[in-house]
Design a binder for this molecule. Sequence first.
Ligand code: PLP
Length: 395
Amino acid sequence: MVSKEMYELGAKSSVIREIFEYGKKRKAEIGAENVYDYSLGNPSVPAPEIVNETIRELTENMLSTDLHGYTSAVGDNETRKAIADDLNNRFGTAFTMNNLYMTCGAAASLCITFRALTEKDDEIIIFAPYFPEYKVFITSQGGTPVEVKCNSELQIDLEAFEKAITEKTKAVVVNSPNNPSGVVINEETVKGLCAILERKQKEYGKAIFLISDEPYRELVYGDVTVPFLTKYYKNTIVCYSYSKSLSLPGDRIGYILVPDEVSDFGLIYKAVCGAGRSLGYVCAPSMMQFVIRKCVGKTGDIAIYKKNRDILLEAFEKYGFKTAKPDGAFYLFVKSPIESATEFCETAKKYDLLLVPSDSFGFPGYVRLSYCVSTDMIIRSLPKFEELAKEYGLN
Ligand code: PLP
């Protein structure tokens, strides 16, 4: 009567959502101030004021039928031009609006890209730990996800990566800064990865695409820089979203960038348009496209995330918890003191600390904390973490 595969997807909620729902129930029982919910990656920093100013200006000054009407399927020209100019200023590239396709956020960017590239039997490599939806997006677009585990530093294991590439490999997905680990892929690793891809393209006589999923691009702390991948490898396609950088996750706006240098650019860009069409992802939300025209290159106040990260890092070091090097995004990936991260999370629940076990990220033995929460909640949760650490004899 219905698609079994779709029913199963809809009926089964993610571990993260389950924990979040548990948190809501628990807050009703003991008071919101007594629950320390680190489950969801919903930005806690408000969108910069220019976003609201622009919305006010648009609603006052723009003809309503234009503001809320359809743009062209690929997106508004001026918006795409503004994004191309901003990228060119920041990265010394030479993109034009014709390299861009506007989308409803990174999820749509990824689904469209997978749909556009995937042919029968194609494999797409993902690095664990990964954003769990990758597997759903890849399989639903007809591809087969192939997992490659990161090394103990949570950087890409280049040897394992090279071994995983076969003649069926169509693309590789990288996500830096990373959800769930917060790790930024360093330049040395990027160069190594690209060298392997070049070699394998030659060996198999075909293009292998690098899909850079980068909703956290601007969320980096200290003097760390995120290599801009189109500059390192020609066959790079960027999937971007304003959900995190501008704190607009509910407004569903992002883009796909297909550089001219990509092999068979015309073919690939048209396939992106076709995939957008077949998935019903045409004409991204118009008002948000007009907002982006004005707000491109801006971010929310990311200093707040840095402050949150630093408070947690300092405390965790004192308590004896080990974390991956968290240079970006708003996640901490903490090593579970016992083998089962799920069991550790259950124990943390006794202290009303809501953490996500890493199994669904394809990398068991860790827990993820989303520190896009109020600094006040973090400070109040520290004594609980200290008790939790004591329970495991860490400090
Ligand atoms: N990719 C990664 C790594 C994410 O963490 C997320 C959302 O959390 C997405 C993609 C989807 O982003 P969007 O909300 O823009 O669809």
